[in-house]
Design a protein around this ligand. Structure first.
Ligand code: NOJ
Ligand code: CA
Length: 693
């Protein structure tokens, strides 16, 4: 298909291999395919070819929301039907696109294979060189590491895992394992990205790097007893994806992962509305206020004392006198109090921000994670200073949507039991979006965030949310694989190192946001929480700073795509810079078109997007730690139209480290023949709105 070529082969021992080339250059050298099953290895080799089916598909579909209005799905498909050494049947379905290859294994209905346990998947990706690689450790429980850029042969995650003490749970037993999406660049200028699509009913695939042979091997996240997956034929695995181009921009523009996912399962989607939101959130991240109402779970007031363990789960949510309400000693710093929440609602209403997220509204935060405790939250009992009735009425009167927060602290059995109650509770009060969270070790104990059991859980939550007409933003889930096509109410995930690490750790390097789109975002939108304006001096810990300029925070609204996009800073910090906030007010979160204008992972990125149903364009450009001059033609603008461009850029002397808050705003008239030249500061950026005149 175009420059992409796929070859499948069986050798004399019946070992199955595939190879991929781009423009004649090797991308994946002949690499192993197959399985080791728990009770026999008949699917690892000794394969016999039973037949081959081929077809070609060329269709165009429209996502419910997205980066572009129309998506072309054009591929050549080849399915090879194999019988394994023990007579078991397996098919391998390959789809070759103009920008890469996807393949998956299918286990057809057959007498000799019904219920089975996967011991190992043998898929490999043999690289043709020691590529420059942008990687994070292959951790079973988290994707919240900073990226390391190194030669493939130099991958060793031990020092990174050991140093990342700000991440709550780290389980990375293989020093040479990395997560996908894995971005690489070859010495002769090819860009490759390996990931997976449509991860359901199966564990996440990490990659073990053999540093000598430059071979990547699928490494499936195990369950509590060391098995990989429990399957029941007929069934299939997720797609393994290899996206390739000689232009970095094509990697970002690829729609292959979405194309490999199933169409929407939702009959009605008119209730799904991408939006921006503010939240009672950064103030807790930075230490100004707390999620918890009290400082200690056992600090009961006189009336609460002596009445037994009023904080046990059984005492919560039952409406009995032992609930936490009134029995905790307030610490006086609880963020989710009625007056403070109404302040955020006012700010949102004044500035056309659709939603307000409130974290720390429900009881349980005194000991929310770290104890591997099962019954922590109940998702329906507010703290006594959070007047949910008044807040709900106030938000409604101001036309603002409240966003529910369901932190599970990893106790997923607890959430599963209460999920329907939680959804009924929120929808009865007009909340149509929820942010979930999975900080902490998983319960069922021994399961991992990225194993099959949890993968099924995340999908169950998305499906349940859809039944209640609730939009979902999951924090700390497995990284996305394009399932937002199938569940378009699953608007965003975190599943990466967000802006929050600038609040509670040493933070994110200025290059971080130039790598994220080539890494984590290849699978789907990210709730990165951009928009910090007070870039230093915001934390109760001295010396903390965001590693970008203010103008770069603005640019992230375009370069880090998400249909749910937070304006993460405090209202008072926005009110100090309302001229710059004008950009956040206006920038859309849903798009008809996207043009990747300049891109190099780890260095810089410039993207222009056209608002959904609008004539206006928006551009974001970001730099790493090095200053650069962005020079782009505005040929993407509609021919023959004039636009009022407002350029929000780094001010004189701006620098992420020494002078991050210097910005200037300039207005000019432009058209599709114009060129835009803007200097980006070290760690800087620029944001431009083009409003049709
Ligand atoms: C981690 C999430 O990423 C963050 O956004 C949230 O505030 C905390 N967990 C508490 O749920
Ligand atoms: Ca997080």
């Amino acid at each position: 298909m175009g420059k992409v070529e796929l070859e499948f082969s069986l050798d004399e021992a019946g070992v199955a291999r595939y190879a991929v080339k781009y423009g004649g250059k090797p991308v994946v050298l002949a690499s192993r395919l197959g399985f080791v099953l728990k009770d026999d290895s008949g699917l690892s080799g000794g394969f016999v070819l039973r037949g081959v089916d081929r077809k070609e598909v060329d269709e165009t579909w429209q996502p419910v929301w997205g980066e572009v209005k129309d998506i072309r799905n054009h591929y050549a498909e080849m399915t090879v039907h194999l019988a394994g050494g023990s007579g078991k049947l397996i098919d391998i379905q390959f789809r070759v696109f103009e920008d890469g290859v996807g393949f998956r294994y299918e286990f057809p209905r057959q007498a000799g294979l019904k219920y089975f346990i996967v011991g190992d998947e043998l898929t490999q990706f043999r690289m043709a060189g020691d590529h420059k690689t942008f990687w994070i450790p292959g951790d079973y429980d988290t994707n919240e590491y900073p990226y390391t850029t190194s030669a493939l042969s130099a991958v060793d995650n031990r020092s990174m895992v050991a140093a990342s003490t700000a991440i709550a749970v780290r389980v990375a037993p293989d020093p040479y394992a990395v997560q996908t999406p894995l971005m690489m660049k070859t010495a002769d200028g090819l860009y490759l990205n390996i990931h997976e699509a449509a991860l359901v009913d199966y564990p996440a695939m990490q990659l073990h790097v053999d540093r000598g042979t430059l071979t990547l091997s699928a490494s499936l996240v195990p369950d509590a007893v060391g098995n990989k997956a429990y399957l029941h034929a007929p069934c299939h695995t997720p797609w393994r994806t290899i996206i390739v181009s000689d232009k970095a921009a094509d990697i970002l523009a690829s729609k292959m992962i979405l194309n490999l996912n199933e169409p929407s399962k939702l009959a009605h989607t008119d209730w799904i509305h991408p939006m921006k939101f503010v939240g009672v959130w950064w103030e807790m991240q930075t230490g100004k206020s707390t999620w918890s109402y009290s400082d200690f779970a056992d600090s009961l007031s006189a009336s609460g004392r002596g009445s037994g363990d009023s904080l046990s789960a059984s005492g919560r949510g039952n409406g009995d006198s032992l609930s936490a309400a009134g029995s905790l000693i307030p610490n006086g710093r609880h963020g989710a109090n009625t007056a403070n929440v109404e302040r955020y609602i006012d700010f949102a209403a004044r500035n056309h921000i659709g939603g307000v997220l409130v974290e720390g509204w429900n009881v349980g935060w005194e000991d929310w994670f770290g104890n591997w405790k099962e019954n922590v939250f109940d998702f329906v009992t507010p703290y006594p200073d959070f007047d949910i009735r008044a807040i709900t009425a106030y938000a409604a009167s101001k036309g603002v949507q409240l966003i529910m927060h369901n932190e599970t602290s990893g106790s997923v059995t607890n959430y599963e039991r209460q999920m329907d109650t939680a959804f009924r509770f929120m929808t009865a009060r007009g909340y149509h979006a929820v942010k979930t969270g999975y900080v902490g070790r998983i319960i069922p104990r021994g399961e991992h965030h990225d194993g099959q059991w949890m993968v099924e859980h995340y999908v169950r939550v998305a499906a349940a949310a859809a039944r209640y007409h609730v939009m979902l933003d999951a924090h700390e889930p497995v990284r996305p694989t394009g399932l937002q096509r199938t569940y378009p109410n699953w608007l965003a995930c975190e599943a990466a190192r967000g802006n929050e690490y600038n609040a509670f750790s040493d933070g994110n390097l200025p290059e971080h946001e130039t790598i994220l789109p080539f890494g984590r975002l290849m699978g789907g939108p990210m709730d990165y929480t951009p928009g910090i304006f007070k870039l230093r001096g915001y934390s109760t810990v001295a010396g903390r700073q965001v590693h970008t300029t203010l103008a770069k925070q603005l640019a992230l609204y375009v370069t880090l795509y998400s249909p749910l996009q937070m304006a993460a800073d405090l209202p008072e910090n926005y009110e100090a810079h309302m001229d710059a906030f004008e950009w956040i007010r206006g920038v859309p979160v849903d798009w008809d078109d996207t043009k990747i204008l300049e891109a190099e992972p780890g260095d810089y990125l410039t993207i222009a997007r056209k608002g959904k149903g609008s004539e206006n364009w928006y551009l974001g450009a970001i730099a790493d730690e090095n200053a650069r001059t962005m020079k782009v033609s505005l040929g993407f603008l509609d021919k023959g139209r004039r636009y009022k461009a407002t350029v929000y850029k780094d001010g004189a002397g701006a620098d992420w480290k020494t002078n991050p808050e210097a910005y200037t705003i300039e207005a000019m008239e432009v058209n599709s023949g114009s060129e835009l030249v803007v200097r980006l500061a070290p760690g800087g950026g620029c944001a431009v709105s083009f409003v049709a005149m």
